[in-house]
Design a protein around this ligand. Structure first.
Ligand code: WQD
Length: 341
Protein backbone atom coordinates (compact mmCIF):
# COMPACT_ATOMS: atom_id res chain seq x y z
CA UNK A 1 0.00 0.00 0.00
CA UNK A 2 1.30 3.44 -0.90
CA UNK A 3 1.67 6.44 1.33
CA UNK A 4 -1.38 8.22 2.66
CA UNK A 5 -2.11 11.54 0.99
CA UNK A 6 -2.82 14.70 2.97
CA UNK A 7 -4.27 17.82 1.36
CA UNK A 8 -3.01 21.01 3.01
CA UNK A 9 -5.26 23.95 2.15
CA UNK A 10 -3.39 27.21 2.60
CA UNK A 11 -0.21 25.17 2.31
CA UNK A 12 1.97 28.09 1.21
CA UNK A 13 1.27 30.13 4.34
CA UNK A 14 3.24 30.36 7.58
CA UNK A 15 1.72 27.40 9.40
CA UNK A 16 0.77 25.41 6.27
CA UNK A 17 4.32 25.38 4.92
CA UNK A 18 5.81 24.13 8.18
CA UNK A 19 3.13 21.46 8.48
CA UNK A 20 3.80 20.35 4.89
CA UNK A 21 7.49 19.85 5.67
CA UNK A 22 6.80 17.79 8.80
CA UNK A 23 4.16 15.67 7.03
CA UNK A 24 6.46 14.95 4.09
CA UNK A 25 9.34 14.12 6.41
CA UNK A 26 7.05 11.72 8.29
CA UNK A 27 6.36 9.86 5.03
CA UNK A 28 3.05 11.35 3.91
CA UNK A 29 2.33 12.44 0.35
CA UNK A 30 1.25 16.06 0.51
CA UNK A 31 -0.81 18.12 -1.91
CA UNK A 32 -0.34 21.81 -1.20
CA UNK A 33 -3.16 24.08 -2.31
CA UNK A 34 -3.26 27.85 -2.03
CA UNK A 35 -4.79 30.84 -3.80
CA UNK A 36 -1.79 33.04 -2.87
CA UNK A 37 -4.13 35.79 -1.72
CA UNK A 38 -2.01 36.51 1.32
CA UNK A 39 1.41 35.13 0.42
CA UNK A 40 3.81 34.68 -2.46
CA UNK A 41 5.74 31.57 -3.52
CA UNK A 42 8.62 32.06 -1.08
CA UNK A 43 7.40 29.40 1.34
CA UNK A 44 6.43 26.98 -1.42
CA UNK A 45 9.96 27.22 -2.85
CA UNK A 46 11.37 26.91 0.67
CA UNK A 47 9.40 23.73 1.33
CA UNK A 48 10.72 22.17 -1.89
CA UNK A 49 14.28 23.24 -1.02
CA UNK A 50 14.07 21.70 2.47
CA UNK A 51 12.67 18.45 1.07
CA UNK A 52 14.97 18.40 -1.95
CA UNK A 53 12.09 17.75 -4.35
CA UNK A 54 9.06 19.47 -5.82
CA UNK A 55 5.69 18.89 -4.23
CA UNK A 56 2.40 19.09 -6.11
CA UNK A 57 1.03 22.62 -5.85
CA UNK A 58 -2.55 23.47 -6.77
CA UNK A 59 -3.48 27.12 -7.26
CA UNK A 60 -7.08 27.38 -6.27
CA UNK A 61 -9.63 29.12 -4.13
CA UNK A 62 -11.51 26.87 -1.71
CA UNK A 63 -14.54 29.14 -2.02
CA UNK A 64 -14.90 27.86 -5.60
CA UNK A 65 -17.20 24.90 -5.09
CA UNK A 66 -16.65 23.35 -8.53
CA UNK A 67 -12.88 23.67 -8.19
CA UNK A 68 -12.88 21.93 -4.81
CA UNK A 69 -14.99 19.11 -6.24
CA UNK A 70 -12.55 18.73 -9.13
CA UNK A 71 -9.61 18.60 -6.74
CA UNK A 72 -11.17 15.70 -4.85
CA UNK A 73 -11.79 13.93 -8.16
CA UNK A 74 -8.18 14.45 -9.19
CA UNK A 75 -6.45 13.24 -6.03
CA UNK A 76 -7.20 10.39 -3.66
CA UNK A 77 -7.15 12.35 -0.41
CA UNK A 78 -6.98 10.51 2.91
CA UNK A 79 -7.02 13.58 5.16
CA UNK A 80 -7.34 17.34 4.85
CA UNK A 81 -5.64 19.92 7.03
CA UNK A 82 -7.44 23.20 6.53
CA UNK A 83 -5.56 26.49 6.88
CA UNK A 84 -6.92 28.49 3.97
CA UNK A 85 -8.52 31.41 5.80
CA UNK A 86 -8.13 35.12 6.48
CA UNK A 87 -6.58 35.84 9.87
CA UNK A 88 -6.29 39.57 10.59
CA UNK A 89 -8.36 40.38 13.65
CA UNK A 90 -8.66 44.13 12.97
CA UNK A 91 -9.52 43.72 9.29
CA UNK A 92 -12.24 41.24 10.23
CA UNK A 93 -13.92 43.92 12.35
CA UNK A 94 -13.90 46.33 9.39
CA UNK A 95 -14.88 43.74 6.78
CA UNK A 96 -16.90 41.04 8.52
CA UNK A 97 -18.61 39.71 5.40
CA UNK A 98 -15.27 39.15 3.70
CA UNK A 99 -14.27 37.01 6.69
CA UNK A 100 -17.51 35.09 7.08
CA UNK A 101 -17.75 34.40 3.36
CA UNK A 102 -14.17 33.24 2.91
CA UNK A 103 -13.56 31.38 6.15
CA UNK A 104 -16.90 29.58 6.36
CA UNK A 105 -17.49 28.85 2.68
CA UNK A 106 -14.05 27.39 2.07
CA UNK A 107 -14.44 25.07 5.05
CA UNK A 108 -17.93 23.94 4.06
CA UNK A 109 -16.78 23.20 0.52
CA UNK A 110 -14.08 20.96 1.94
CA UNK A 111 -16.45 19.19 4.33
CA UNK A 112 -18.99 18.63 1.58
CA UNK A 113 -16.40 16.60 -0.33
CA UNK A 114 -14.73 14.87 2.60
CA UNK A 115 -18.02 13.64 4.02
CA UNK A 116 -18.76 11.80 0.78
CA UNK A 117 -15.60 9.73 1.16
CA UNK A 118 -15.91 9.26 4.93
CA UNK A 119 -12.64 11.07 5.40
CA UNK A 120 -10.63 12.97 7.95
CA UNK A 121 -10.46 16.72 8.56
CA UNK A 122 -8.14 18.63 10.81
CA UNK A 123 -9.21 22.21 11.50
CA UNK A 124 -6.82 24.97 12.57
CA UNK A 125 -8.58 26.63 15.47
CA UNK A 126 -7.30 29.11 17.99
CA UNK A 127 -7.02 29.81 21.71
CA UNK A 128 -8.96 32.95 20.85
CA UNK A 129 -12.10 30.82 21.46
CA UNK A 130 -11.34 30.94 25.21
CA UNK A 131 -11.42 34.77 25.35
CA UNK A 132 -10.30 36.01 28.79
CA UNK A 133 -10.34 32.79 30.79
CA UNK A 134 -11.50 32.72 34.42
CA UNK A 135 -9.06 29.94 35.26
CA UNK A 136 -5.55 29.30 34.00
CA UNK A 137 -4.14 27.29 32.39
CA UNK A 138 -7.01 26.55 30.02
CA UNK A 139 -8.04 22.99 29.30
CA UNK A 140 -10.21 21.84 26.41
CA UNK A 141 -13.09 21.84 28.90
CA UNK A 142 -12.67 25.52 29.76
CA UNK A 143 -15.76 27.53 28.81
CA UNK A 144 -15.69 29.35 25.49
CA UNK A 145 -16.33 33.09 25.52
CA UNK A 146 -18.31 35.01 22.93
CA UNK A 147 -15.90 35.99 20.17
CA UNK A 148 -14.68 39.58 20.19
CA UNK A 149 -14.05 39.74 16.44
CA UNK A 150 -15.54 38.23 13.28
CA UNK A 151 -12.19 36.44 12.81
CA UNK A 152 -12.53 34.79 16.23
CA UNK A 153 -16.13 34.03 15.50
CA UNK A 154 -15.23 32.18 12.31
CA UNK A 155 -12.96 29.93 14.39
CA UNK A 156 -15.81 29.14 16.79
CA UNK A 157 -18.29 28.68 13.95
CA UNK A 158 -15.99 26.35 12.03
CA UNK A 159 -15.52 24.26 15.17
CA UNK A 160 -19.32 24.04 15.46
CA UNK A 161 -19.70 23.19 11.78
CA UNK A 162 -17.12 20.42 12.10
CA UNK A 163 -18.66 19.00 15.28
CA UNK A 164 -22.17 18.97 13.81
CA UNK A 165 -20.98 17.48 10.52
CA UNK A 166 -19.09 14.68 12.25
CA UNK A 167 -22.23 13.92 14.25
CA UNK A 168 -24.42 13.83 11.16
CA UNK A 169 -22.28 12.14 8.51
CA UNK A 170 -21.11 8.66 9.40
CA UNK A 171 -17.49 7.93 8.60
CA UNK A 172 -16.45 11.57 8.85
CA UNK A 173 -13.87 12.30 11.55
CA UNK A 174 -12.61 15.66 12.73
CA UNK A 175 -9.97 17.15 14.99
CA UNK A 176 -9.73 20.82 15.95
CA UNK A 177 -6.35 22.01 17.18
CA UNK A 178 -6.53 25.18 19.26
CA UNK A 179 -3.24 26.98 18.76
CA UNK A 180 -1.89 29.38 21.30
CA UNK A 181 0.63 31.90 19.86
CA UNK A 182 2.64 30.30 17.02
CA UNK A 183 6.03 31.98 16.51
CA UNK A 184 9.48 31.32 15.05
CA UNK A 185 10.59 29.83 11.77
CA UNK A 186 12.10 26.66 10.36
CA UNK A 187 15.72 26.12 11.55
CA UNK A 188 16.81 26.08 7.89
CA UNK A 189 15.59 29.70 7.57
CA UNK A 190 14.01 28.62 4.27
CA UNK A 191 10.41 29.11 5.41
CA UNK A 192 8.80 31.48 7.89
CA UNK A 193 6.25 34.19 8.49
CA UNK A 194 5.75 36.77 5.73
CA UNK A 195 3.49 39.46 7.15
CA UNK A 196 2.17 41.95 4.61
CA UNK A 197 2.43 45.59 5.64
CA UNK A 198 2.76 46.47 9.32
CA UNK A 199 2.74 43.28 11.40
CA UNK A 200 -0.04 42.88 13.95
CA UNK A 201 1.68 40.10 15.85
CA UNK A 202 4.42 40.61 18.38
CA UNK A 203 7.33 38.55 17.08
CA UNK A 204 7.30 39.81 13.47
CA UNK A 205 7.13 43.33 14.87
CA UNK A 206 10.14 42.60 17.09
CA UNK A 207 12.21 41.13 14.26
CA UNK A 208 11.31 43.99 11.89
CA UNK A 209 12.28 46.52 14.58
CA UNK A 210 15.57 44.71 15.19
CA UNK A 211 16.41 44.76 11.47
CA UNK A 212 15.48 48.44 11.16
CA UNK A 213 12.27 48.14 9.14
CA UNK A 214 10.29 49.59 12.07
CA UNK A 215 11.49 52.46 14.21
CA UNK A 216 10.11 51.35 17.54
CA UNK A 217 8.16 48.49 19.09
CA UNK A 218 5.16 49.55 21.14
CA UNK A 219 4.52 47.29 24.11
CA UNK A 220 0.78 47.53 24.53
CA UNK A 221 0.04 48.06 28.21
CA UNK A 222 2.26 47.83 31.30
CA UNK A 223 -0.51 48.04 33.86
CA UNK A 224 -2.02 44.57 33.51
CA UNK A 225 -2.42 42.52 36.70
CA UNK A 226 0.60 40.32 35.84
CA UNK A 227 4.04 40.09 37.51
CA UNK A 228 5.62 42.74 35.24
CA UNK A 229 2.44 44.48 34.07
CA UNK A 230 2.60 43.18 30.48
CA UNK A 231 0.32 40.51 28.98
CA UNK A 232 1.02 36.80 29.33
CA UNK A 233 0.81 34.41 26.38
CA UNK A 234 1.80 30.87 25.48
CA UNK A 235 4.26 31.18 22.59
CA UNK A 236 4.52 27.90 20.70
CA UNK A 237 7.35 27.17 18.30
CA UNK A 238 6.12 26.74 14.72
CA UNK A 239 8.00 23.47 14.18
CA UNK A 240 6.63 22.02 17.42
CA UNK A 241 3.18 23.17 16.34
CA UNK A 242 3.63 21.57 12.92
CA UNK A 243 4.60 18.26 14.53
CA UNK A 244 1.34 18.27 16.49
CA UNK A 245 -0.47 18.09 13.12
CA UNK A 246 1.47 15.01 12.11
CA UNK A 247 0.53 13.35 15.42
CA UNK A 248 -3.13 14.32 15.00
CA UNK A 249 -3.39 13.18 11.37
CA UNK A 250 -1.70 9.89 12.22
CA UNK A 251 -4.12 9.37 15.11
CA UNK A 252 -7.03 9.86 12.69
CA UNK A 253 -5.64 7.70 9.93
CA UNK A 254 -4.71 4.87 12.29
CA UNK A 255 -8.23 4.88 13.73
CA UNK A 256 -7.03 5.68 17.24
CA UNK A 257 -9.54 8.43 18.03
CA UNK A 258 -11.66 8.06 21.18
CA UNK A 259 -14.43 10.07 19.54
CA UNK A 260 -15.12 11.01 15.93
CA UNK A 261 -14.63 14.66 16.92
CA UNK A 262 -11.77 15.70 19.19
CA UNK A 263 -10.22 18.96 20.33
CA UNK A 264 -6.67 19.55 21.54
CA UNK A 265 -4.87 22.57 22.94
CA UNK A 266 -1.51 23.10 21.26
CA UNK A 267 0.69 25.18 23.50
CA UNK A 268 3.68 24.87 25.80
CA UNK A 269 1.89 25.33 29.10
CA UNK A 270 4.40 28.10 29.89
CA UNK A 271 3.25 31.72 30.25
CA UNK A 272 5.70 34.34 28.97
CA UNK A 273 5.14 38.09 29.29
CA UNK A 274 5.66 40.55 26.45
CA UNK A 275 8.54 42.11 28.39
CA UNK A 276 10.15 38.72 28.99
CA UNK A 277 9.87 37.87 25.32
CA UNK A 278 11.51 41.12 24.24
CA UNK A 279 14.32 40.66 26.78
CA UNK A 280 14.88 37.05 25.73
CA UNK A 281 15.03 38.07 22.06
CA UNK A 282 17.66 40.73 22.79
CA UNK A 283 19.74 38.37 24.90
CA UNK A 284 19.75 35.30 22.68
CA UNK A 285 20.37 37.25 19.48
CA UNK A 286 22.69 39.92 20.88
CA UNK A 287 20.62 42.77 19.43
CA UNK A 288 18.87 45.74 20.97
CA UNK A 289 15.23 46.49 20.32
CA UNK A 290 14.04 50.05 20.42
CA UNK A 291 10.82 49.80 22.42
CA UNK A 292 8.42 51.94 24.40
CA UNK A 293 5.38 51.34 26.54
CA UNK A 294 2.13 52.30 24.82
CA UNK A 295 -1.53 52.18 25.85
CA UNK A 296 -3.30 48.85 25.97
CA UNK A 297 -4.47 47.50 22.61
CA UNK A 298 -8.24 47.15 22.32
CA UNK A 299 -9.42 43.56 22.54
CA UNK A 300 -6.29 42.11 24.18
CA UNK A 301 -6.80 39.65 27.02
CA UNK A 302 -4.55 39.86 30.09
CA UNK A 303 -3.33 36.30 30.19
CA UNK A 304 -3.89 33.01 28.43
CA UNK A 305 -1.84 29.85 28.40
CA UNK A 306 -2.53 26.19 27.71
CA UNK A 307 -2.82 23.06 29.68
CA UNK A 308 -1.39 20.83 26.93
CA UNK A 309 -1.70 17.56 28.88
CA UNK A 310 -4.48 16.13 26.71
CA UNK A 311 -2.33 16.52 23.56
CA UNK A 312 0.59 15.07 25.48
CA UNK A 313 -1.38 12.00 26.59
CA UNK A 314 -3.52 11.33 23.51
CA UNK A 315 -1.35 12.61 20.66
CA UNK A 316 1.98 11.73 22.26
CA UNK A 317 3.05 15.29 21.49
CA UNK A 318 4.73 17.97 23.49
CA UNK A 319 6.50 21.23 22.78
CA UNK A 320 10.23 20.62 22.75
CA UNK A 321 11.97 23.73 21.55
CA UNK A 322 13.02 26.41 24.03
CA UNK A 323 11.88 29.98 23.65
CA UNK A 324 15.54 30.89 22.98
CA UNK A 325 15.83 28.47 20.06
CA UNK A 326 12.55 29.76 18.69
CA UNK A 327 13.56 33.41 18.93
CA UNK A 328 16.92 32.65 17.33
CA UNK A 329 15.11 31.00 14.41
CA UNK A 330 12.77 33.99 14.07
CA UNK A 331 15.78 36.31 13.87
CA UNK A 332 17.63 34.09 11.37
CA UNK A 333 14.53 34.17 9.15
CA UNK A 334 14.23 37.97 9.31
CA UNK A 335 17.91 38.33 8.39
CA UNK A 336 17.41 35.91 5.52
CA UNK A 337 14.51 38.00 4.26
CA UNK A 338 16.62 41.14 4.45
CA UNK A 339 19.25 39.52 2.23
CA UNK A 340 16.59 38.40 -0.19
CA UNK A 341 15.09 41.87 -0.40
C1 WQD B 1 0.81 39.05 21.71
C2 WQD B 1 1.07 40.04 22.83
C3 WQD B 1 -0.02 42.16 22.55
C4 WQD B 1 2.18 43.50 19.06
C5 WQD B 1 -3.44 37.02 17.98
C6 WQD B 1 -4.84 36.61 17.60
C7 WQD B 1 -4.97 35.14 17.70
C8 WQD B 1 -3.99 34.47 16.82
C9 WQD B 1 -2.61 34.94 17.12
C10 WQD B 1 -3.86 34.33 14.39
C11 WQD B 1 -0.19 40.81 23.26
C12 WQD B 1 1.47 42.32 22.52
C13 WQD B 1 1.71 42.75 20.12
C14 WQD B 1 2.92 44.69 19.33
C15 WQD B 1 2.68 44.29 21.67
N1 WQD B 1 -4.40 34.73 15.47
N2 WQD B 1 1.96 43.14 21.41
N3 WQD B 1 3.14 45.03 20.63
O1 WQD B 1 -3.13 39.03 20.26
O2 WQD B 1 -2.19 37.07 21.59
O3 WQD B 1 -3.18 36.69 19.33
O4 WQD B 1 -2.54 36.37 17.12
O5 WQD B 1 -3.88 34.26 13.35
O6 WQD B 1 -6.26 34.76 17.36
O7 WQD B 1 -5.76 37.24 18.47
O8 WQD B 1 -1.01 37.82 19.51
O9 WQD B 1 1.21 38.52 18.69
O10 WQD B 1 -0.77 40.07 18.36
O11 WQD B 1 0.14 39.74 20.65
O12 WQD B 1 2.90 44.67 22.84
O13 WQD B 1 3.34 45.40 18.42
O14 WQD B 1 1.98 41.03 22.36
O15 WQD B 1 -0.61 43.23 23.26
O16 WQD B 1 -0.11 40.99 24.63
P1 WQD B 1 -2.44 37.73 20.27
P2 WQD B 1 -0.08 39.06 19.20
Amino acid sequence: MGNKTVLVSGGAGFIGSHVTVELAQAGYDVVMADNFSNCDETNYRGVCAILGRDLPLVRMDFCDEARVKALFAEFHIDAVIHFAAFKAVGESVREPLKYYRNNLLSFMNILENVRKIGGNVLFSSSATVYGEPDRLPVTEESPLQPATSPYGNTKQMCEDILRDSVKAYSGLRGIALRYFNPIGAHPSALIGELPRGVPNNLVPFITQTAIGKRACLSIFGNDYPTPDGTCLRDYIDIVDLAKAHVCAVTRMLEGRMDNAYEIFNIGTGRPVSVMELVNAFEKVNGVEINWQFAPRRAGDVTAVWADPSLACGKLGWKAERSIEETLAAAWAWEKKLANLA
